[in-house]
Design a protein around this ligand. Structure first.
Ligand code: PLP
Length: 386
């Protein structure tokens, strides 16, 4: 037990998470962490800061514990929390300079390309979009000396295409660029991108990290506490897209049960994917845990202990069949987002609008922690009704 989470001894990730790095509040003896709502921090009579903090936009005390735990789980040098996953992702691009070139996968969480096209390109970033999962396309798009960042998401929302992180890290570093990985769908339970060569790992902490659909949050983890990381921290401090104290506390609380949740969600997702893979009303099931999935080989190498709680169903009847199907569901909730304890379905074509590149016959499924037999039965009865 220690007051300083950074000095916690090396233990397995489950233990670190369950015990919140063994950080006991010495002042009160509290096992559960305190909530730190203060926005400002005192100075002593000598006008020195009492605890090295000035103001919550720069360095909130509420962030120390969840950031330390996430950095430990990802095997990184440091972590930074943001007010949302989008705030975290965009901070990485904002830390670059106008004229810098970046290579980005085109089919990933759709608002990242939308933001890049609408804000980053007009601001001066040069963006080369490449097909998701295609490592050779990344290699071909690199401009050695000019490309500063490669950005991938794996498994990628909502087709769950898998990208070989180690291969892309080799390509990025060979051209003098950094690799950023949106690892939201994998979570640190299943993939540790930094060990595979990534420089920055990003999470929509709204999803599996928190896991209860009650916190909007984002996080970055860095392999090195270097000049680029300082710039990212400056983007956060000056731009001000920070997390509130209660949200940071709830996120910490969520992460303590993450391993149990994510393993259960992965096991159930695999069972659902296997059960429906040859369903006569489906074109197919997108899930990297299926042996015939195009990403299965890479996923087996870079994901440990499961393939995640996310899958997508492709319907023979297109969007009308998807919408008729979801209307019949009784256990699955029709709602956006993913990674929570409750199972959700979403027709991304409807959510993303007419310009969406997502196939209209695709239904995204986020598997929760309910009994898997209830989930399969609910999907079965909805299939029977259409
Ligand atoms: N990355 C992925 C893979 C996501 O699924 C999402 C949200 O769905 C985001 C980033 C954006 O995160 P947030 O909604 O927390 O801003």
């Amino acid at each position: 037990m220690t007051d300083d989470p950074r000095s916690a001894p090396k233990r397995r990730p489950e233990t670190l998470a369950a015990q919140a790095l063994g950080w006991i509040d010495r002042a009160s003896g509290s096992v559960a962490p305190p909530i730190y709502p203060s926005t400002t921090y005192a100075r002593g009579e000598d006008y020195q800061l009492l605890a090295g903090r000035t103001y919550a936009r720069d360095q909130s005390a509420a962030f120390a514990q969840p950031e330390a735990l996430l950095a430990a789980l990802e095997g990184g040098a440091a972590a930074a929390l943001f007010g949302s996953g989008m705030a975290a992702a965009t901070a990485v691009f904002q830390a670059l300079k106008p004229g810098d070139h970046v290579v980005v996968q085109e089919n990933l969480y759709f608002n990242v390309p939308v933001w890049l096209r609408q804000w980053a390109e007009p601001w001066g970033l040069e963006v080369g979009f490449v097909p998701t999962g295609d490592v050779e396309a990344i290699a071909a798009a690199m401009r050695p000396g000019a490309t500063r960042l490669v950005w991938i998401e794996t498994p990628a929302n909502p087709t769950w295409a898998v990208t070989d992180i180690a291969a892309v890290a080799g390509i990025a570093h060979g051209a003098g660029a950094l690799l950023g990985v949106d690892s939201t769908a994998a979570s640190p339970v299943l993939t540790r991108p930094i060990a595979l060569g990534a420089d920055i790992v990003m999470h929509s902490a709204t999803k599996f990290l928190n896991g209860h659909s009650d916190v909007l949050a984002g996080a970055l983890v860095t392999a090195r506490d270097d000049a680029f990381w300082s710039r990212i921290k400056q983007v956060r401090a000056l731009g001000g897209a920070v997390l509130g104290a209660l949200e940071a506390w709830l996120l910490m609380r969520g992460m303590r049960t993450m391993h149990l949740r994510v393993r259960r969600q992965s096991d159930s997702a695999l069972a659902v994917a296997r059960h429906f893979r040859n369903h006569p009303k489906l074109v197919g099931v997108c899930y990297p845990g299926l042996e015939d999935d195009p990403g299965h080989g890479v996923a087996r190498r870079q994901m440990q202990g499961g393939f995640g709680g996310m899958l997508s169903l492709r319907f023979k009847g297109g969007a009308p069949a998807v919408l008729a199907f979801v209307a019949r569901l009784e256990v699955f909730v029709r709602a956006t987002s993913l990674g929570g304890v409750e199972s959700l379905v979403e027709h991304r074509g409807t959510a993303e609008g007419p310009d969406s590149p997502v196939p209209k016959d695709l239904l995204r499924v986020s598997i929760g922690i309910e009994h898997v037999d209830d989930l399969i039965a609910d999907l079965e009865q909805a299939f029977a009704a259409i």
